[in-house]
Design a protein. Structure first.
Length: 200
């Protein structure tokens, strides 16, 4: 989850880390690495994690097709009900109504190399939940992970196979990814926020 989901305004922005051109170059490099590391691209499926992982997966699929001529399978997962750290109220109920998106996996998972795509890797809990969602729908041959930004502070033993940028942060900082499809602009920002902000 990027900090845009926390309702932060541009007034809170501290530093621009990537502009649109740099973001495009980074995605092009990740696409090239996917092609290099997977001999059978026909067995590759890109699965974006809602919200910003979905347009990132779509862009990677286009880049892979441009660079290799192969159209890979494309899907999306919503991990809302698989997160183990959703905030709860005093009575044990969820503190806010979650926004639920569609999980779209309309291709056979068996035998595929399923590459999960997300914007920011932080604690690893989002990825764990996405893996649970994937295996609830089928059993791929292997699961890989591609992220635009790895900001550190892992709480689970999860490491990405493809990383756009490693951007170490403090826990009082957040990486805010904005994409044209969801935010009207392509950029990655470093934002100072309160420690109690929602973890991703």
């Amino acid at each position: 989850m990027s900090t845009h989901d926390l309702g932060l305004s541009d007034a809170t922005v501290g530093k621009r880390l990537l502009d649109g051109e740099a973001l495009a170059r980074t995605l092009s490099r990740i696409a090239h690495e996917v092609i290099e590391r997977n001999d059978d691209l026909d067995a590759v499926a890109l699965v974006g994690i809602h919200t910003r992982g979905v347009p990132l997966a779509e862009r990677l699929a286009e880049l892979i097709e441009e660079q290799s001529g192969v159209e890979v399978a494309l899907g999306a997962v919503d991990i809302t009900f698989h997160r183990d750290d959703r905030a709860v109220g005093a009575g044990g109920e969820a503190s806010a109504q979650p926004v639920v998106h569609a999980t779209d996996l309309d291709f056979p998972l068996a035998g595929t190399t399923c590459i999960l795509v997300d914007d920011v890797l932080y604690t690893g809990r989002t990825i764990r939940a996405a893996i649970e969602t994937i295996f609830a729908h089928g059993r791929p041959a292997r699961v890989q992970l591609a992220v635009l930004v790895d900001r550190g502070h892992r709480e689970l033993p999860i490491r990405p196979d493809y990383v756009g940028k490693n951007l170490p942060t403090s826990r009082s900082e957040r990486i805010q990814v904005q994409l044209e499809e969801t935010d009207g602009v392509d950029r990655v920002l470093l934002v100072n926020v309160a420690e109690e902000s929602t973890r991703a």
